[in-house]
Design a protein around this ligand. Structure first.
Ligand SMILES: [Zn+2]
Length: 353
């Protein structure tokens, strides 16, 4: 077992031939008040597959590496998917090491204290790895609703994230006549209504959320002068995301006497997983006889960064009532082991090629 300079952990079973490794794994960190399945189930099922190879005396041609990505959720140190992002060149290593948590501790300090700071030469790379398989909970209600045991993941949805701000004028709640008020919160409600009205006309598979919101002065006797929200929109087709961008860029610059501004915070393109690997996984699912559905992931995963350097794909297992990032997270045991079986059989099929 070893670890790299970003704290990613690798445990490798030797193969019978001198070939690149097949990696299987996920992450073990969680969000605050998260559940027991997000990430960790992918690591446990990877270990289960590796243990089965050992206990059944199955020799693979390729080495098999169980992999744990560090800081996938970005709960303590932002951004999410930090360590897979660094080793695939998405983020600059030095600036990530300098990221501080709420107590002012840097990622580098925490990494040094953890004892899991390893060597750059141990990093996952396209030379040393043949493929990455990741099992994860769906984190949505679709598989359960459609009575499917397995989600065959084709890729990760593209998204765009905007910050939208309304600015008005704070003033006395009792003495300012209604027609002259510059109420930033009232203006923002109009913006949100407008967004729903326009975005609902676009593709039915579009999902969007105004999830973060805040304002000032947030006092019950004062007219709000500042409100900020975020808009997160996701769809697999970049043309639909482009239509969302159009709606935002055509927001009125002034509404109810308040100024409206917006700024794109980040965006990502849809990531398509490796078609050959998807085919191999689909054949394995069919052989096992499990009901399955092809789908895209609305959530981000390390595999989407790795997909740029090494063929990657994912398998989903159902989330009860779609719960995720909360303590209610649950996947029935039977579906956990069916997922582990898909990982094992995909790995074995891939090993033969
Ligand atoms: Zn996760």
């Amino acid at each position: 077992m070893n670890w790299d300079d970003m704290g990613n952990i690798y445990a490798t079973l030797k193969g019978s031939e001198n070939l690149p490794s097949i990696a299987v794994g996920s992450h073990v960190d969680s969000v605050i008040r998260g559940g027991n399945y997000d990430g960790i189930l992918g690591v446990l099922t990877a270990l289960e597959a590796a243990e089965t190879l050992v206990s059944e005396g199955i020799k693979t041609r390729h080495p098999v590496t169980v992999l744990v990505w560090t800081n996938e959720e970005g709960s303590r140190f932002r951004p999410a998917m930090m360590s897979s992002g660094v080793i695939t060149g998405k983020f600059d290593r030095e600036s990530m090491l300098a990221v501080k948590d709420d107590d002012g501790i840097t990622f580098e300090e925490a990494l040094n204290n953890s004892g899991y700071k390893g060597d750059t030469s141990n990093r996952f790379s396209s030379e040393n790895y043949r493929a990455l398989l990741e099992l994860h909970i769906e984190q949505g209600p679709v598989l359960e609703a459609e009575n499917k045991d397995i989600g065959l993941v084709l890729g990760v949805l593209g998204m765009v994230n905007y910050e939208i701000i309304t600015r008005g004028q704070a003033n006395h709640a009792g003495t300012t006549p209604m027609p002259v008020r510059k109420d930033a919160l009232h203006a923002m409600t109009e913006i949100i209504r407008h967004l729903h009205h326009e975005l609902d006309k676009l593709d039915p598979d579009l999902v969007y959320t105004t999830g973060e919101f805040g304002g000032s002065p947030n006092i019950h006797t004062v007219i709000p002068d500042y409100v900020r929200i975020t808009l997160d929109a996701r769809h697999k087709d970049p043309r639909v995301i482009e239509q969302v961008v159009n709606v935002v860029e055509n927001l009125p610059t002034e509404i109810l006497r308040c100024k409206v501004s917006f700024r794109e915070q980040w965006s990502r393109h849809t990531v398509e997983f490796n078609p050959d690997l998807i085919n191999i996984m689909e054949e394995s699912i069919k052989k096992l006889g499990y009901p399955y559905k092809k789908m895209y992931s609305g959530a981000g995963h390390d595999a989407q960064y790795i997909a740029d350097v090494v063929p990657s794909t994912m398998v989903f297992v159902p989330s009860k009532e779609g719960f995720s990032h909360c303590e209610e997270e649950y996947t029935p045991l039977e579906q956990c082991w069916k997922g582990a079986n898909v990982i094992l059989h995909t790995l074995l099929a891939l090993d033969k090629k």
